[in-house]
Design a protein around this ligand. Structure first.
Ligand code: RIB
Ligand code: CA
Length: 307
């Protein structure tokens, strides 16, 4: 029985690989792709999501959503993802997006689902928060919320904060407080499975499908950042999806996670209570280690299931 889920994304180079992994995995039943502004503006992330879904030939509806955070101004990350969000890799235009706003689609899908739905958030959490804030009752039919967000330690967008978290800290705080099981894939877990040139070459040599070729071409445009030693690129979003497909590749720790919502230099920081120093019970399962070889084997095998 496949796991019903909604994937909220901001494609985004790593979002592209996460979307391919989700749509290439029979263990997952992707009910909808919802899109927010994030890596680049919604005017780019939405057509990118449509194009990626189109390449997979899967009949999955795509919904545009928030183009800015709940509070404050929109900020993008074109240094990693390029101006267009996919590293300049042009894809055929995908199917039209649905008319509903992403938050309304999430509410409708979760409200009417016959079994609890998993929400996967690999973007700023604005769409998820809007759905939960405008219809709190849907939480009762949410199985779990799996997020690529946050960090145990230093950030990648600011010294203190990870990009998705700091892009909309209030939205992440809403999701963390919704009372449903949260799984957190932080910066650190992805840093344990860097995609090197060798990984990419092996993946590219594994097949000839359009999705595999697009995944490798897109990933090949991602710079190797100094923060990770210049040896490879972190596949942040695919790690979050891989947890759902192959949880055996991971170890985890239960921890209490809260947000710094202040205006200062630590705004958007996820404060993860590793040692139980706070009086709060854990509210999240944080991924702590990954079998990197198993992860790349999963990506390669699943990308080759796509057209
Ligand atoms: O910090 C990494 C996260 O921010 C990933 O989801 C990436 O796609 C960007 O959205
Ligand atoms: Ca993302």
């Amino acid at each position: 029985m496949s796991l019903p889920l909604v994937l909220d994304c901001d494609p985004g180079t790593d979002d592209a690989l996460a979307l391919f992994l989700a749509l290439g995995s029979p263990e997952l039943d992707v009910l909808a792709i919802t899109v927010a502004g994030g890596n680049v503006g919604l005017d780019r992330t939405l057509p990118n999501a449509r194009a990626l879904v189109g390449l997979t030939k899967r009949a999955v509806p795509v919904f545009g959503g928030a183009d800015r955070p709940l509070l404050g101004a929109f900020t993008s990350e074109t240094r990693v993802h390029g101006i267009d969000g996919l590293g300049g890799i042009a894809l055929p235009e995908g199917p039209a997006a649905e008319a509903d706003h992403a938050a309304d689609a999430i509410r409708r899908i979760v409200r009417s689902a016959r079994e609890p739905v998993t929400l996967v958030g690999i973007a700023p959490a604005t769409n998820l928060a809007l759905a939960l804030m405008t219809e709190p009752g849907i939480a009762g039919n949410i199985k779990q919320i799996v997020l690529m967000s946050g960090a145990w330690a230093e950030g990648n967008a600011t010294p203190a904060a990870e990009f998705n978290a700091v892009s909309d800290p209030e939205a992440l705080a809403v999701v963390l407080a919704c009372g449903r099981p949260i799984v957190l894939a932080t910066l650190e877990i992805a840093a344990q499975a860097l995609c090197t040139k060798a990984h990419l070459a092996a993946m590219a040599a594994s097949g000839t499908g359009a999705c595999l070729r697009a995944a490798c071409a897109i990933q090949g445009t991602v710079p190797f950042g100094r923060r990770l030693g210049g040896a490879g690129a972190a596949l942040y979003d695919p790690v979050a999806v891989a947890w759902l497909v192959r949880p055996d590749l991971f170890s985890t720790q239960e921890a209490y996670v809260t947000m710094d919502l202040g205006p200062g230099p630590c705004r958007g920081r996820t404060v993860i209570d590793r040692w139980g120093r706070t009086p709060h019970a854990p509210n999240a399962t944080v991924l702590t280690s990954i079998d990197a070889a198993g992860f790349f084997g999963l990506l390669t095998e699943r990308f080759n299931r796509l057209p």
